[in-house]
Design a protein around this ligand. Structure first.
Ligand code: B3K
Ligand code: ZN
Length: 844
C-alpha cells in the first residue's frame, strides 16, 4: 500500500455544487442513485474526472443525461468530463448486510446506519471523498422502516420514504443515514438567535428511559457554546442516534450525530458516575464539532488536529466548567500521560500533524486528539485569555464554510494578537515528549531556575529544534504560605534561566503548574519538599502531582531496592485525605496510586527495565500499607461520605461516591471483603455496585458477586460488557489471560461487536501483569484474536495492536515474545492495510 504525503496536496479538479442521493434500502442489495452538479475548478489543473469508490457495483453512469462508460479500478473510476458545468449521475448497488467493518453503510441490530469519517463515503457511492470538497446535500430514503433519518432539516415524507435537506455545504465524511425501528426521547432548545430546535435522541424501543442525561448534556452544551464561544446551532433539528455496533465513541455528522450506545444510554442502575461523565463530554464534543469540524473543516486529513485538538480542548473546558477544573485537569493529564506519552515514547510516535500515512484511520490517536488539545491550551497561555477569544472570533469570521489548515489556524492568532508563532509551530511537526531538566537554587531570597529542554528522538526524527514551552510556576514557603504566585515563563532556548525575588530561602518551587505544557519534568525535590507541596500548594494540579511523585518514588524504591513502603508518604497523605475543605473528588484522586503501566513507563524513562510482577507486587504492598496505616481515616471517609437521597450524577455526589469507593478499595484489603459484600448487596446504583465488585475481584473473593451480577444483567449488553471486562482487567496476580481465555468461550462473547471485543481482549491489555505474563500467554491470546478480527473489522483490530507499542521497555524474553506475536499478526494472509501499517511500524 502506498503512503500519502502532506506535501502532495493538490485541490480537486472540480467543484461540487450540489449532491442529491436517493437510497432504496435493502439489507443485501441497497441501491444508491446519485445526481451531482459539478464544474471545473478554476484553481486546479484540468483533467478527467476521478471519483473514489470501493466495493461498489456500478449499474449505470451518465453525464448530462447521456450514458458514459467510466474506467473502473479497485479504488474508483475515471471518466472524461466536459470543460464546463455538468451533471454526473450514477446508480450503484451495495450490500450493507455483509459490511462487518462498520464503515460505509452497515446494519447494526436490524438498523441501517453509516460511518463515513474518514473515507467511508466511497463505500456508498462514487465521489471525491476528501474533506476539501464541500457541497449542500439533499437525500431521499425509500424504505418501509418507520424512522428514516439523514443530515440537515426534514423535507417531504410519507409512506415508505423521507427526504432531507442539508443547506450547509459539507464534506462527504459528515454524511449520515439511519433507518430503523427507533423511538425518540425528544426535547427542544431555543438558540440565542431565536431558532427553535427540535432535539431527538433515537434509540431502540426499551431504551428510551436511558436518554435523559445525554439530552441534558446536549442542552447544556448548546447553551455553553453560545455563552463561551458565541456559537449557536444552525439547523431546525438535531438528531442523535445510539448504535450498538460502532468502532469508536461517536461521530459528529451534520445534524445527525451517531453514537456508540455506550456513550448515550445511562440510568443510575446501569451506568457509573464515570459513564455519566464520559457521556457528558462526548455529547459535548460531538456537538461542539458543529462549529469546529463541520462549519470549519479540514483541508486534508493531515489537518485532523485542527478539528480534533480544538474540539477536545473545548470539551475539556466545558466539563471543567460544569464540574471541577482541578479534577478535570488531573483526569485529562492522567489520560494524556497514560496514552499519549506512551505513544510518543514508542514506535508509533508521530507529530500532532503527521507528514504521511498509509491508512488515515490509524491516526485518530491520542497524539492528534489529546496532545492536539494541549497545543491549544499552550497557545492560550502564550497569548492570554483575551488574545485567545479574539483569535477564535477571527477564526469563525474568516473561515466559516471553509476547509482549513494549521497555517490558517495559526494565522488567526498571529493576526489577532500580533504574536509571532513560528517557534510554536514546531509543536505540530515534531513528535516526542520534550523533557525539561530543572535545576533550582534559593539564595538571599532569590529563587533561580535553570531549565534545560530537549526532545527525544522518535521514528524518522532525530534532530529537533526547541518549540517555545510555556512553564507556569510559583513557590510555597515551608510554613505553607505562597511566596510566588503563578507566573508563566516562556522557555524558548536551552538552557533558560529565570530568577524571582521571593523574600525567603525557606521555600519550595512549584513548577509546571496546572501542567502548563505536555512535557516530562525532571525537578529534584526532597521528599519533605514534595510533602510541603502536597500539603500547601495553591495549584491543585501540583498539589496532586506532589503526592503522585511521592507515590512513584515509594514504588520505585520498592521495585528496585526491595524497600518497605515509605512511612513519610503515608504520613503526608493522611492530612490531605482528612481535609474537609478539599473536594472529595480531588481527595479520591490523591488516594489513587499510579497504574502498573504508568510505573513501567516511569521506570523505563529512568533507564530501568520494568519487571511487571515486581511492579504489581509493589503496588499491592504499598496499597496494603496504606490501608493499614490510614485505616481510621479511610474508615471515617467510608462512613462519612455516604450519599443520601435519590441518585444524582452531578459532580458533588459523584465526588463523594468516588472518595467513599476509593476508601473501600483499601479497606477491602483488610476486612476480607465484608464491607464490599454489604455494599454490593445494598447498592441501588451501578457506581456503588462496581465500587464494591472491583475490590472483591482484586482480592479474589468475587465469585459469588460475579455470578449474581451476571444473572441480574445478562440481558443488558452495556452492563454485560462491564461484567466481561472487570473480571479480566482487575484479576489478581497474572490470571487475566487465563480468565480471558475462558471468557472467549462464553456464549455471550459476541466478538464481532466492537464493545464486547474490547471488553474481553482489550481488557486484558488493561491488566499489566497478566498481559505481560512471563509465559507469553497474554501476548499470544491477543495476537490470536487480532488475527481473527482483522479480516472482519480492520479498524478495531488495528487500534488494538497498540497494546504492543511498549515492547521496547521490557526484558529480552518478553520483547521476544511480543515480537513473535507481532510477526504472527504480520504474517496473517490478507492482512488489512490498517493492521499492516500498525504492525509494520512496530516491527521496523
Ligand atoms: N470524528 C470522529 C472520529 C472518526 C474516526 C474515524 N476512524 C469522532 C470524533 O472525534 O468526534
Ligand atoms: Zn472529535
Amino acid at each position: 500500500p502506498r503512503a500519502v504525503h502532506l506535501t502532495d496536496y493538490a485541490p480537486f479538479s472540480h467543484i461540487v455544487e450540489h449532491v442529491h442521493l436517493s437510497f432504496d434500502l435493502r439489507r443485501s442489495a441497497t441501491r444508491v442513485t446519485a445526481r451531482i452538479g459539478m464544474r471545473p475548478n478554476p484553481d486546479a489543473t484540468r483533467g478527467p474526472l476521478r471519483l473514489d469508490g470501493e466495493g461498489l457495483t456500478l449499474l449505470w453512469a451518465r453525464i448530462d443525461g447521456a450514458e458514459v462508460a467510466p474506467r473502473l479500478d479497485a479504488t474508483g473510476l475515471t471518466v472524461d468530463a466536459p470543460d464546463a458545468p455538468f451533471v454526473w449521475e450514477c446508480a450503484v448497488e451495495i450490500d450493507p448486510s455483509s459490511n462487518t467493518a462498520l464503515e460505509g453503510l452497515y446494519i447494526s441490530n436490524g438498523m441501517f446506519c453509516t460511518q463515513c469519517e474518514a473515507e467511508g463515503f466511497r463505500k456508498i457511492t462514487y465521489y471525491p471523498d476528501r474533506p476539501d470538497v464541500m457541497a449542500p446535500f439533499t437525500v431521499r430514503i425509500n424504505s418501509d422502516l418507520p424512522v428514516l433519518l439523514s443530515n440537515g432539516n426534514p423535507g417531504a415524507s410519507g409512506d415508505g420514504f423521507a427526504e432531507w435537506e442539508d443547506p450547509h455545504p459539507k464534506p462527504a465524511y459528515l454524511f449520515a443515514l439511519v433507518a430503523g425501528d427507533l423511538v425518540a426521547h425528544s426535547d427542544r432548545f431555543t438558540t440565542s438567535e431565536g431558532r427553535d430546535v427540535a432535539l431527538n435522541i433515537w434509540v431502540r424501543p426499551g431504551d428510551e428511559d436511558k436518554c435523559a442525561y445525554a439530552m441534558d448534556a446536549l442542552k447544556r452544551s448548546m447553551a455553553w457554546d453560545e455563552r463561551v464561544y458565541g456559537r449557536a446551532y444552525d439547523l431546525d433539528v438535531f438528531n442523535v442516534v445510539a448504535v450498538d455496533d460502532f468502532n469508536m465513541g461517536a461521530m459528529e455528522n451534520k445534524g445527525l450525530n451517531i453514537f456508540n450506545a455506550r456513550y448515550v444510554l445511562a440510568s443510575p442502575e446501569t451506568a457509573t458516575d464515570d459513564d455519566y461523565a464520559r457521556i457528558e463530554s462526548i455529547v459535548a464534543h460531538e456537538y461542539f464539532h458543529n462549529w469546529t469540524g463541520n462549519r470549519i473543516t479540514c483541508r486534508d486529513w493531515f489537518q485532523l488536529c485542527l478539528k480534533e485538538g480544538l474540539t477536545v480542548y473545548r470539551d475539556q473546558q466545558f466539563s471543567g466548567d460544569e464540574r471541577s477544573h482541578a479534577v478535570q485537569r488531573i483526569g485529562d493529564v492522567q489520560m494524556l500521560r497514560g496514552r499519549q506519552f506512551r505513544e510518543d515514547a514508542g514506535p508509533l510516535a508521530h507529530p500532532v500533524r503527521p507528514a504521511s500515512y498509509i491508512e488515515i484511520n490509524n491516526f485518530y490517536t491520542a497524539t492528534v486528539y489529546e496532545k492536539g488539545a494541549e497545543l491549544i491550551g499552550m497557545l492560550r497561555r502564550l497569548v492570554g485569555d483575551d488574545g485567545y477569544a479574539k483569535a477564535l472570533d477571527l477564526y469563525f469570521a474568516r473561515h466559516d464554510g471553509q476547509a482549513c489548515t494549521i497555517e490558517d489556524w495559526l494565522a488567526v492568532f498571529q493576526d489577532a494578537t500580533g504574536r509571532d508563532l513560528t517557534q510554536f509551530k514546531l509543536w505540530y511537526s515534531q513528535a516526542g515528549t520534550p523533557v525539561l531538566d530543572v535545576d533550582w537554587r534559593l539564595e538571599d531570597g532569590t529563587l533561580t531556575l535553570k531549565i534545560d529542554a530537549a526532545i527525544p528522538e522518535t521514528p524518522g526524527q532525530t534532530d529537533k529544534a526547541l518549540p517555545v514551552i510555556p512553564v507556569s510556576l510559583g513557590a510555597i514557603a515551608r510554613d505553607g504560605r505562597e511566596v510566588l504566585a503563578t507566573t508563566v515563563i516562556e522557555v524558548s532556548e536551552t538552557p533558560t534561566r529565570v530568577s524571582f525575588d521571593i523574600g525567603t530561602d525557606d521555600a519550595v518551587p512549584s513548577v509546571l503548574r496546572n501542567f502548563s505544557a505536555p512535557v516530562t519534568l525532571n525537578l529534584d525535590l526532597a521528599k519533605a519538599d514534595r510533602a510541603v507541596l502536597l500539603a500547601h500548594d495553591t495549584d491543585p494540579f501540583n498539589k496532586w502531582e506532589a503526592g503522585r511523585m511521592l507515590a512513584k518514588a515509594a514504588l520505585t524504591a520498592m521495585v528496585t531496592d526491595g524497600a518497605d513502603s515509605d512511612p513519610d508518604f503515608l504520613a503526608a497523605l493522611q492530612p490531605v485525605l482528612a481535609d474537609e475543605t478539599l473536594d472529595p473528588a480531588f481527595r479520591a484522586l490523591v488516594l489513587g496510586l499510579p497504574s502498573d503501566d504508568d510505573m513501567a513507563g516511569t521506570l523505563a524513562l529512568a533507564g530501568q527495565t520494568p519487571d511487571p510482577d515486581a511492579i504489581a507486587a509493589a503496588r499491592r504492598d504499598l496499597g496494603h500499607a496504606m490501608a493499614v496505616d490510614l485505616e481510621s481515616t479511610l474508615t471515617a471517609l467510608y462512613d462519612g461520605m455516604q450519599v443520601h437521597g435519590p441518585y444524582d450524577p452531578a459532580a458533588a455526589d459523584a465526588g463523594k461516591r468516588a472518595l467513599r469507593n476509593a476508601a473501600l478499595a483499601y479497606l477491602t484489603k483488610l476486612d476480607g471483603g465484608d464491607r464490599a459484600r454489604r455494599q454490593f448487596d445494598a447498592a441501588d446504583n451501578m457506581t456503588d455496585s462496581l465500587g464494591a465488585l472491583v475490590p472483591l475481584i482484586r482480592i479474589g473473593a468475587a465469585d459469588d458477586a460475579l455470578a449474581r451480577f451476571y444473572q441480574s444483567w445478562k440481558d443488558h449488553r452495556l452492563v454485560l460488557d462491564k461484567w466481561f471486562s472487570l473480571q479480566i482487567a482487575a484479576a489478581p496476580g497474572t490470571e487475566g489471560a487465563a480468565i480471558a481465555a475462558r471468557l472467549v468461550e462464553h456464549p455471550d462473547f459476541d466478538w464481532k461487536n466492537p464493545n464486547r471485543f474490547r471488553s474481553v481482549i482489550g481488557a486484558l491489555g488493561m491488566n499489566h501483569a497478566s498481559f505481560h505474563k512471563a509465559d507469553g500467554s497474554g501476548y499470544a491470546l491477543v495476537a490470536d484474536w487480532l488475527i481473527k478480527l482483522d479480516p472482519v473489522n480492520p479498524q478495531t483490530a488495528a487500534r488494538m495492536t497498540t497494546l504492543f507499542e511498549t515492547r521496547a521497555r521490557y526484558d529480552a524474553d518478553r520483547q521476544g515474545l511480543m515480537r513473535d506475536a507481532l510477526d504472527r499478526i504480520s504474517a496473517a494472509p490478507d492482512l488489512s492495510r490498517d493492521t499492516g501499517e500498525m504492525v509494520g511500524r512496530m516491527l521496523d
